[in-house]
Design a binder for this molecule. Sequence first.
Ligand SMILES: Nc1ncnc2c1ncn2[C@@H]1O[C@H](COP(=O)(O)OP(=O)(O)OP(=O)(O)O)[C@@H](O)[C@H]1O
Ligand SMILES: [Mg+2]
Length: 514
Amino acid sequence: MASDGMLGLIAGAVGGLQDAVIITEGQRGPDGLRRIIFVNDAFTELTGFTPDEALGGLPDITLGPDSDRAVLKTIQDARDALVPVRVELVKYRKDGTPFWAELDVVPVLDEASRCELFLGVMRDVTQRRATHRRLLDTERLTTIGTLAAGVAHEMNNPLAYMMLNIGHLQEELPRLIASAHDPERWSELQNSVHEIQNGASRIAQIVRDIKTFARADSEPSEGCELLPVLDRAVQMARSGMPACARVATRYDQIALVRGDASRLSQVFLNLVLNALQAIPPTETDRRGVEVRTYESDESVVVEVRDQGVGVPPEVMPRIFDPFFTTKDTGKGVGLGLSIALGIVRSLSGQLEIESKVGEGTTARVSLPRVLPEQVASQRPRRSDAPDGSRLRVLVVDDEPMIARSLERALKVNNDVFTCSGGKAALELLEASASYDVILCDLSMPGMSGAELFDTVARRWPGMEQRFIIMTGGACSDAAQSFLDRRAVPRLDKPLDLAALRALLDKARATRSSS
Ligand SMILES: Nc1ncnc2c1ncn2[C@@H]1O[C@H](COP(=O)(O)OP(=O)(O)OP(=O)(O)O)[C@@H](O)[C@H]1O
Ligand SMILES: [Mg+2]
């Protein structure tokens, strides 16, 4: 039994601590057990046991089915050896609710090294453990994101020349068919090319999604008109679902917003898809979706409201997590909302979801509006109709397949020259500086696109304006800072032939006006 003096001293010292303190006898009683001789107020607050209920009892009043036996044995061994110990284990309150406790048990010895008492200090670490788990989850997701970005990047180059070749085939086929003997077989061929193109576009979309998810894209800040984007998102969402609910639109006149149409369509496509998918197939006649827009302060707001099943409160905290889905395998990947959130945040906007089970869900996107004077005065013309004058185009790419595919796709209206790197390009330019357009890959071994650009700008001032830079998406820091510093037209791989043609048209117009 502890001396009253020592117990009084320790009890006085720890009585006001915020951590729960429990003191037990240092020596076993006649029944072989050590009993509780003191608890502080924090112990009562944490466990619900009053001093009256605890004193004289056994310390195992706070144990329960999930209290790890191996950990209890560790405590026991430390007590027997008279050494301090720190453990974490599940403990229980008087009302039966469990919590994670961090517990220190320290033996207090007298001058003769005899154990007077055991001091136990305990704190609730449930929250801390949850935070730690979330941190681990975040780390894991960051790793997945990095991996996915790498895979997307690797897929991009083969995809780039596949799509260029398909584009070329599609342009050539009608001409061949017109002169063919067996038109039926040829048009079957055309169908299959069309299907290949569909497949490749879908892969390209997935690659773009992954890159967005991994935040590898940089965002342009040109003003974008939102209403056509919304209409297209609704149309695309509906076309993917055979029998779906009605989508009503209620648009206020709104200002332009930051961001480009293709990334913003991804946001609203995902939101409209979620809304349509939330309405059970049997309810599509009675329940619907509404898309509305309005302005509020400095923002443009888009709401996608559905009368669907709603999001249960326990699911709500997880809906933005990448790969979180409540949908059947094959129906949802669980990336829609995390992609949407990534894009909206990158545009300094906000995305919130409100929901009531059984009534429906509202997704609200607020985007900063762009004032008219901030809008770049000229936008790229989107016309692939050549005006007849041929351009001399120098293609610089270390991937020979891409260079060849570009040559094939462009040579009808242009004189195309190819080379496989910066050094080779310089040699060609030394021989003749007469190229109208230099279509150059950004990341190449040896001399990079950025280095070629800077060298050309130094040696032939003004010629750098003929560059169109092609990027594979995930850029190195140096490459990204090059793109940020220079206002050079940029195309992401896989290349969109129409966008490339539009840039060539622009070069053609510039050439004929100068
Ligand atoms: N409008 C909504 N109504 C009800 N639940 C929703 C709604 N929007 C999202 N959710 C819930 O949030 C989850 C995550 O949505 P998210 O769009 O990220 O992935 P998904 O729709 O499951 O799959 P994916 O979009 O990749 O095809 C959904 O599985 C669903 O449980
Ligand atoms: Mg979704």
